[in-house]
Design a protein around this ligand. Structure first.
Ligand code: 5BU
Length: 269
């Protein structure tokens, strides 16, 4: 059994946020760097999917506002099922408002602050958004982590190189920021992002599929193995798993590719 340092290299030593270590540990235990984008519209289908693929994934990414039968008490079924499978709960809310409003949006009917370990945020409104999110968790005596969108996978997005740099500057100075979202469809962009981020924070990448190319409505796909090789630490996979005829064997395949790349890559920068 390989140790954390051996598997994750410099990232294991340097990532200060405890949630990054939890992810790295879970990933080693499951030999999977898969973050499942569980883009389903009902609580029962979510629970069913988690029960199936839970052993082969390390975090569960949700879009809680697409769940048609959302109810905070029923939602507990998703949360407890995720916990049973030792998954980090990651709400891809893409917060973008001013800090004060974002803090309030951590509550509301979805009460994201009470169950999410991780959330995504845009840097567009200014650096204070991350403190707003942190304050949301403080209000319920919880601690969570933020992934800032440094790049996106969709075509024509407006996240320029300069924007990416500013985003990283904000993230580096914040105790709340666990890492960044990078463009999984482009190994070149991931490499650039990794160079700028260094080894102190994680990069997770959507826009990966074993069938690379164009996705629906402007989505772009790159190969999962290449994404990890270029410096991503987590592959965010949606339709590649939940849209497959056999989600379990598909999840296993993504897990295998991601783990193989992690073991093969030079992790010492
Ligand atoms: P897909 O089915 O694997 O294409 O799903 C991708 C998921 O990742 C989906 O939930 C998106 O909201 C999410 N995503 C993305 O695709 N691209 C991005 O740049 C960001 C998030 Br940020």
């Amino acid at each position: 059994m390989m140790g954390g340092q051996e598997v994750w290299g410099a990232r294991w030593k340097n990532c200060a946020n405890p949630l990054s270590h939890r992810f790295m540990e879970i990933a080693m235990e499951k030999q999977s760097l898969v973050v499942l984008a569980a883009d389903l519209k009902t609580i029962s289908s979510l629970v069913k999917l988690i029960e199936l693929v839970g052993p082969h994934i390390s975090a569960l990414k949700t879009h809680v506002d697409m769940v048609e039968d959302f109810d905070i008490e029923e939602w507990e079924k998703v949360v407890s099922c995720a916990k049973k499978h030792n998954l980090l709960l990651f709400e891809d809310r893409k917060f973008a408002d001013i800090g004060k409003i974002t803090k309030t949006q951590m509550g509301g009917i979805y009460d994201i602050r009470s169950w999410a370990d991780l959330v995504t945020a845009h840097r567009i409104s200014g650096p204070d958004i991350v403190d707003g999110i942190g304050a949301g968790w403080s209000d319920v005596q919880r601690v969570g982590g933020v992934f800032l969108l440094a790049q996106m996978s969709s075509r024509g997005n407006l996240l320029t190189k300069k924007y990416t740099e500013e985003t990283i500057k904000t993230g580096k100075g914040s105790p709340h920021v666990v890492g960044y979202i990078g463009n999984g469809s482009s190994p070149e962009e991931i490499s650039l992002l990794r160079k700028e981020v260094g080894d102190n924070q994680l990069i997770w990448t959507p826009g990966v599929n074993l069938a690379i190319g164009e996705g629906e409505l402007g989505q772009r796909y790159g190969n999962p193995y290449d994404a990890i090789m270029s410096g991503s630490d987590g592959i965010i996979v949606g339709s590649g798993i939940h849209g497959a005829d056999d989600p379990v064997s598909s999840a296993k395949m993504y897990a295998k590719e991601s783990w193989k790349a992690l073991i093969e890559r030079d992790n010492d920068g």
